[in-house]
Design a protein around this ligand. Structure first.
Ligand SMILES: *[C@@H]1O[C@H](CO)[C@@H](O)[C@H](O)[C@H]1NC(C)=O
Ligand SMILES: *[C@@H]1O[C@H](CO)[C@@H](O)[C@H](O)[C@H]1NC(C)=O
Ligand SMILES: *[C@@H]1O[C@H](CO)[C@@H](O)[C@H](O)[C@H]1NC(C)=O
Ligand SMILES: *[C@@H]1O[C@H](CO)[C@@H](O)[C@H](O)[C@H]1NC(C)=O
Ligand SMILES: *[C@@H]1O[C@H](CO)[C@@H](O)[C@H](O)[C@H]1NC(C)=O
Length: 531
């Protein structure tokens, strides 16, 4: 049986030394990556103690200054006398695929190094594999190098805890979803941070911190969490970003980094022998790891929020920046920055990340479910709106629980609305599946066709299913009641004192069904209809 570490080692070796050659004909989907892992697991025989990906990251890092942190964090394993696996034992098709996803790059509005996962999300491969590697090397902290190479870092007393530097973090308005906010913030003065969380620094914290160094303290870098579109649902070769000015912190990068952190954390805690990585990824991007339907890619944001609290993540971003400053004293963005400035950047980056990503619903854009074009000219909404109108779809009646079925439902509703009702587009602003995702209908900016006479005043949000006699899943309910509105308020689409109404309060209809409507009446923003 092939060992997980060895397989990853070969894979990352391919990532780092991509062979120029024939483009792969394989679609850029997660199943192709899983197939590559499975093939390696079958063909390559190494022991877990032999080299891991880290040795290749180490040797490749000279050519790229950006790898200094990975080099430091992903330890070289001591034993190298076992037979080195040969990456060329992979089929040429899989070799080509692996070199294609070797690096995560955002250039000219296109994103490279990403694949489509079975849940409909797009995932950057590199941070995912880095997380797996860090997890195989055990989830643990490592010491910061002691010598102080950068100018300001020996400037007297500093603090080990970010909460003491930047207590504003304690007021973060997103505490609702994080249970341990403020639990670990002693205010005692001590030295500068001495350790770094290897897993989080390598997957997420470094890039998050770096990307925010350039932005002012009031604005996210452009395109944080930008989505994109695959050229064709059938072949999936080119991924074009919806915001051409997007930073590297795209949705696919955040997804990959979070998946890497979650799976790395899992790997560091499972007892040995560890499961083959192909098996682990198949479960994670399928029905759930070890049969747990909550531990899968569909719920990465909820699981990510549970993995670490806001102050802890801010601390880790800070540590990663301090480490990078030590490793690269000449780094143009880090030169001459004080510990406090770095702490502020880390705090702001963490706040933005949690409020705009972790605390927001995962919305799959129109292109992902295969929407037909809008017919005619859409009318813009005057934002922010004051109402959220809740619907059930009634038909389709069964709740959709997979990307395939939810996307198919979206297409059939759009066909019905366009061809039978003669509307310009699917009527709803958003549709909520029971798969953990929200599907973009007319979206935040355009007037919908969901609540006759009120379409310009509110967003129409439907949950797929017939909720006459039963209730939607807790996830779907939570999305409509809490996550979607709080995120829409933050982004300026919804007024803070918005009101929730059921479709039937404004239009002669049973929608959103007796069961759902009775529950709706208990929601904090529920309002009786005015005449
Ligand atoms: C973490 O590192 C410390 C110090 O190196 C070590 O004593 C401890 O056993 C490690 N914990 C795990 C879970 O690997
Ligand atoms: C944050 O937590 C405090 C104390 O538990 C609570 O009173 C407050 O409403 C919470 N804020 C938000 C935005 O949920
Ligand atoms: C930040 O700004 C520096 C100097 O202006 C530039 O070289 C660097 O590429 C920028 N970094 C990012 C992540 O935008
Ligand atoms: C940092 O400080 C040094 C010495 O004070 C100065 O020469 C250098 O230009 C500064 N670098 C930046 C990026 O401000
Ligand atoms: C919706 O549910 C109700 C109550 O369970 C049932 O009577 C009705 O036939 C269902 N409608 C559809 C279209 O499934």
């Amino acid at each position: 049986m092939m060992k997980a570490g060895g397989v990853l080692w070969v894979l990352l070796r391919l990532l780092l030394w991509p062979e120029p050659g024939t483009a792969s004909s394989l679609p850029l989907v997660m199943d192709s990556i899983i197939q590559a892992l499975a093939e390696l697991e079958q063909k390559v025989l190494v022991t877990e103690a032999s080299g891991t990906a880290s040795s290749w990251i180490l040797s490749a890092s000279n050519s790229s200054p950006h790898n200094s942190l990975h080099q430091h964090l992903l330890r070289k394993t001591p034993s190298h006398n076992t037979m080195e696996p040969d990456p060329h034992s992979l089929s040429p098709e899989l070799q080509a695929l692996i070199s294609e996803v070797a690096q995560h790059v955002v250039q000219d509005g296109q994103e490279y190094g990403v694949v489509l996962a079975p849940d409909g999300s797009t995932v950057a491969v590199k941070p995912l594999l880095i997380g797996l590697e860090a997890g195989l090397q055990e989830h643990n902290v490592t010491n910061l190098p002691s010598e102080c190479l950068a100018m300001p870092c020996d400037a007297g007393d500093t603090l080990t805890n970010i909460g003491a530097i930047w207590p504003g973090l304690m007021d973060a308005s997103t505490n609702a979803s994080f249970t341990d906010v403020g639990a670990t913030l002693p205010n005692d003065k001590a030295k500068t941070p001495t350790t770094v969380d290897r897993l989080l620094a390598a997957t997420l914290a470094r890039d998050l911190g770096l990307m925010f160094l350039n932005s002012s303290q009031t604005q996210s870098p452009p395109g944080l969490g930008t989505e994109g579109c695959w050229n064709q649902l059938s072949t999936r070769r080119v991924f074009t970003l919806l915001d051409p000015k997007a930073s590297r912190l795209t949705m696919a990068f955040l997804n990959g980094a979070l998946d890497g952190a979650l799976l790395g954390d899992h790997l560091s805690r499972v007892s040995k022998p560890r499961p083959p990585l192909s098996h682990l990824l198949k479960e994670y991007y399928g029905a759930g790891v070890a049969g747990d339907p909550r531990f899968r890619s569909n719920f990465r944001r909820q699981n990510g929020a549970a993995l670490t609290s806001v102050p802890t993540l801010a601390q880790k971003v800070w540590e990663a920046l301090v480490l990078l400053q030590r490793l690269e004293p000449g780094h143009p963005q880090l030169q001459n920055m004080s510990q406090e400035e770095l702490a502020r950047v880390a705090t702001f980056a963490t706040k933005e990340f949690t409020e705009t990503f972790l605390g927001c619903p995962a919305i799959l854009p129109r292109c992902r479910w295969g929407a037909a074009p809008y017919r005619g000219n859409p009318r813009p909404l005057r934002l922010p709106l004051g109402f959220l109108y809740v619907h059930h779809t009634y038909v389709p009646a069964p709740p959709c629980t997979t990307f395939q079925s939810c996307a198919a439902n979206m297409r059939s509703m759009q066909r019905f609305h366009q061809n039978e009702r003669h509307w310009d587009d699917i009527g709803y602003s958003f549709v909520v599946g029971s798969d953990g995702y929200v599907y973009e209908g007319r979206g935040w900016r355009w007037v919908g066709a969901h609540t006759r006479g009120h379409n310009s005043r509110g967003f129409g949000v439907a949950i797929v299913g017939n909720y006459t006699g039963s209730l939607p899943s807790d996830t779907a309910l939570n999305t409509v009641r809490d996550v979607l509105p709080s995120c829409a308020i933050r982004s300026g689409h919804l007024q803070p004192d918005y009101k929730v109404l059921g479709h039937r309060q404004l239009v002669h209809s049973d929608c959103p069904g007796d069961a759902l409507f009775n529950l709706l009446r208990t929601w904090p923003h529920f309002a009786e209809a005015e005449n």
